[in-house]
Design a protein. Structure first.
Length: 288
């Protein structure tokens, strides 16, 4: 399927694309998409509204970086818009896998604004090669439950377990802090799962990665509006330091997602603003 067909059938184009990026899909080497999905949220629903709100607040942030002498608006990035609002994961999964596979075939980097964390499963399934690529996750939680809630095999709390079973890529967690007994036991017996407890150990993640950022990795003082807040989290700057180190190591980032922002419970948009700022800074770090 060609890009024009993809856009026509699957995307609602944003009237104000993320941070003013203005390349078209063919010319750009990075695509931004939004996935308004929160059907499996188990605590505080509302992440379906995040793609729109993060785009809106991004327009209030300055896009020029004097340290790098560049403007995000000048980078070869296209915002394709949001996929349709779906409440049934099987249909959404097929759609996201097709979009990710198209991005991979056309050698486009894929940036996704969620939505809840379950969206990562079909995206990495279509985008990554399990023999060459790995997944680096910022998340308070491991998301390794087999079922959650009861009988639910596919949810935000099972996504990384399904990725290990169905995709097979190795997963590296950066400083997770919330463990269930079941997840900890699974972590210990699966040699494809790794805990990175210091920035110096980021060197082990490999040369081709996908970066998944659940905003609950950040301390709730900085990101209160998330689906499952967990105290004693990261400082926002620590995420960017890790991404900067990846760039210095020459790691190729094939895709990024930012998930679990819930604008419905945000305070003065600070969580949405932080997500937008992290995305802006990551775009600079990926290009410059």
């Amino acid at each position: 399927m060609e890009v024009d067909e993809l856009l026509e059938f699957y995307f609602t184009r944003p009237t104000r694309p993320f941070a003013g990026v203005n390349y078209n899909a063919e010319e750009a080497d990075t695509w931004i998409i939004g996935v308004p999905f929160d059907a499996t949220v188990s605590f505080k629903p509302g992440t379906r509204f995040a793609p729109r709100r993060i785009r809106e607040v991004a327009w209030e942030l300055e896009t020029y970086n004097p340290r790098r002498r560049a403007d995000v608006e000048e980078l070869p990035i296209a915002d394709l818009g949001d996929v349709p609002l779906l409440t049934e994961f099987t249909t959404l999964s097929k759609l996201l896998r097709k979009i990710a596979a198209t991005a991979s075939r056309m050698k486009k980097r894929l940036i996704t604004i969620g939505g809840e964390h379950l969206i990562t499963l079909p995206i990495v399934s279509g985008l990554l090669d399990p023999l060459r690529d790995s997944l680096l996750v910022f998340d308070a939680h491991l998301d390794l439950r087999d079922e959650y809630p009861m009988s639910a095999k596919y949810s935000h709390a099972t996504v990384m377990r399904r990725i290990r079973e169905e995709v097979g890529v190795e997963i590296y967690y950066y400083k997770p802090r919330a463990f269930s007994k079941e997840e900890h036991a699974f972590l210990k017996k699966d040699y494809g799962l790794h805990i990175v407890d210091d920035i110096s150990k980021v060197d082990d993640v490999g040369k081709n990665i996908y970066l998944s950022i659940d905003m609950d990795a950040v301390d709730p003082a900085y990101a209160p509006a998330v689906g499952n807040p967990e105290p004693l989290g990261l400082l926002p700057a620590e995420i960017l330091e890790v991404v900067k180190r990846l760039g210095e190591m020459g790691v190729h980032v094939k895709g990024v997602d930012v998930v679990e922002v819930n604008p419905m419970i945000d305070v003065n948009d600070i969580t949405s603003m932080l997500a937008a700022k992290i995305l802006l800074e990551i775009l600079f770090l990926l290009y410059l």
